[in-house]
Design a protein around this ligand. Structure first.
Ligand SMILES: [Zn+2]
Length: 106
C-alpha cells in the first residue's frame, strides 16, 4: 500500500503555487499535490479527509463536482428527530396592578 495520496481536488493541478511546480526550463508543469499519509498534524487519523485533500478549497471543489453522487450514497429522505426533555418551569406569577383599584380607576 502506498503511503501517499494525490490530492483529489479536481482543480488542484491548476492552482499556481510554488509547491505545485515541477520540471525545469520549458517543461515546467503544475502538478497535483502529493499528500503523505500521516505526514502532517492533520492527517494522523487514518481516514482523515486531509489524507485525500490538500486543503479546504480542493475538498469543496470535489464536493461540488461530485455532490449528487455523494448524496446518493446516503440520502436523507426523512427528517430526523432527537427527543429532548422539556422541563416545565414552575414559577409564581404576581400581577401588579398599578394605579388601579376600586378608588383609582383611570
Ligand atoms: Zn489539492
Amino acid at each position: 500500500m502506498s503511503d501517499y495520496n494525490w490530492c483529489h481536488g479536481p482543480e488542484c493541478h491548476t492552482k499556481e503555487t510554488q509547491s505545485r511546480v515541477r520540471g525545469s526550463g520549458d517543461n515546467k508543469v503544475l502538478r497535483t499535490i502529493k499528500i503523505k499519509e500521516g505526514g502532517s498534524y492533520r492527517t494522523h487519523e487514518r481516514y482523515h479527509m486531509f489524507n485525500y485533500f490538500c486543503g479546504n478549497t480542493c475538498l469543496f471543489d470535489y464536493l461540488r463536482l461530485h455532490l449528487q453522487e455523494i448524496i446518493a450514497i446516503a440520502p436523507r429522505r426523512e427528517a430526523l428527530e432527537t427527543p429532548i426533555k422539556v422541563e416545565k418551569e414552575k414559577y409564581e406569577s404576581y400581577r401588579y396592578e398599578w394605579n388601579s383599584g376600586p378608588n383609582n380607576d383611570t
